[in-house]
Design a protein around this ligand. Structure first.
Ligand code: SF4
Length: 427
């Protein structure tokens, strides 16, 4: 437990943040439905939006086509948008039809979109009205996934934050893990904590509404993702206390995240070592193997997934990369402060985006690897730059020890591919 952590003398915590508020190139918060619907087995996400929103979901979630879907779109037609029809009546009818067809639905999320925002459809009031109609069988909640307001990972934050006010109260001292991870990764985390004797452990989101965790003054919670600022604030308003730590990416991040929780629960050093020594060693070996192509390479993060700062910490400290710029859609130091503390001062830290100016900085720096959204990757590749799609980092299991090597591999793959292409060109 006492493995020394190298803390840089001057870290990125104190680096002045370059704040940009220009045009940005990111997916909207509807994207979160793709992974949230897999975690919440009795929930349904009804996007109140346009055909564009329906297309986004359909193409992003193409894999779901053979399964019983747990999301859909209530299309706002032109008459709604022109204010000629009462969109609330149509919404009530649509929800009534859906719930009579699908008795398995226990939680229904009305998800706002750009069009519903533009016509100022009050989905909070609609959710209250529909809860009264369909209680106690179904609870109706609402949140916004609109591209006007949210980046793609903020959809999860908005969804979880909407659930917090209706979680039951409790006085129990419990650990709440917050964030939707693939089940296998969540099981690894819970398994490690339980081996240290930590518990009871609850998770948000729970797989079913009947398993919803309680929250109260004795709840301590740890976020699994760095984009859950609104959810953390909502939990704090219910009296819960956050355990602050670097995020569990890589061997070091995972160890420090576990260590902060272990400290909170009074786990002794010997127990911590006994539980973590073997997976830590495995993670170190896997990272060393996978990061061979990353050492000494430069990286530029454009703001997209909101994972940028913790990932930069992992890549610079554990994989030998050098960060030129670390851009995040927004910077919540209450969440990513412990990661910033560990990144030595040097890279530009930017918040928000002014895409043309940022592209100019990328072209000037010519980093070995640029992490960016899908829309920017192809033009940059055409200019001879190597890119990594940020969205893959959200769809791939990357947290905790057993995924640490895969996480490094996600970044080294495009560099290896580029090196192979160069060899072929020369041959
Ligand atoms: S919410 Fe807005 S950005 Fe997202 S798909 Fe719909 S129209 Fe497009």
């Amino acid at each position: 437990m006492n493995t020394p952590v190298h803390i840089p003398a001057t870290s990125c915590r104190d680096t002045p943040i370059l704040k940009e508020r220009g045009q940005r190139e990111v997916f909207c918060g509807l994207t979160g439905i793709i992974w949230l619907h897999r975690k919440m087995q009795d929930a349904f996400f009804l996007v109140v939006g346009s055909r564009t929103c329906a297309h986004l979901l359909q193409s992003a979630a193409g894999v779901m086509i053979f399964a019983e879907p747990r999301f859909g779109t209530a299309i706002l037609e032109e008459t709604d948008l022109a204010g000629l029809a009462d969109a609330n009546d149509e919404l009530d009818r649509e929800v009534g039809r859906l719930l009579s067809r699908r008795p398995d639905i226990k939680q229904l999320f009305l998800v706002g979109s750009c069009p519903s925002e533009v016509i100022k459809l009050d989905l909070a009031r609609a959710a209250q009205r529909l809860t009264q109609i369909h209680a106690p069988h179904v609870r109706v909640l609402n949140y916004s996934g609109s591209g006007i307001e949210t980046t793609f990972t903020q959809g999860e934050d908005a969804c979880l934050a909407s659930m917090v006010p209706v979680l039951p109260g409790t006085e129990a001292r419990e650990l709440l893990l917050v964030g939707a991870l693939p089940d296998v990764v969540e099981d690894q985390a819970v398994g490690l904590l339980k081996k240290m004797g930590i518990g009871p452990i609850r998770v948000l989101p729970a797989p079913r509404s009947s398993d919803a965790p309680g929250v109260g003054p004795n709840t301590v919670f740890a976020c699994l993702q760095p984009f859950l600022g609104d959810t953390a604030a909502a939990l704090e308003r219910r009296g819960a206390r956050m355990i602050s730590a670097p995020f569990p990416f890589g061997e070091e991040g995972t160890t420090l995240w576990l260590r902060a929780i272990a400290k909170e629960f009074g786990v002794d050093d010997a127990t911590f070592e006994a539980v973590t020594a073997a997976p830590r060693a495995r993670a170190r070996t896997a990272i060393a193997n996978a990061s061979e192509h990353l050492r000494g390479k430069t990286i530029f993060f454009m703001p997209d997934s909101q994972l940028e700062i913790p990932l930069a910490r992992f890549l610079t400290r554990e994989c030998g990369m050098e960060a030129i710029e670390i851009g995040q859609p927004y910077i919540h130091k209450g969440l990513v402060g412990p990661d910033l503390d560990l990144i030595p001062a040097g890279p530009t830290i930017s918040e928000g985006q002014d895409v043309d100016k940022q592209l100019d900085r990328v072209r000037a720096a010519r980093p070995d690897l640029t992490v960016c959204g899908l829309g920017l990757a192809n033009p940059l590749e055409a200019e001879g730059l190597t890119t990594k799609w940020a969205i893959e980092l959200v769809f791939t299991p990357v947290h905790f020890y057993d995924q640490a090597g895969d996480l490094a591999g996600l970044f080294s793959r495009p560099l290896r591919r580029r090196a192979l292409l160069k060899l072929e060109e020369r041959a």
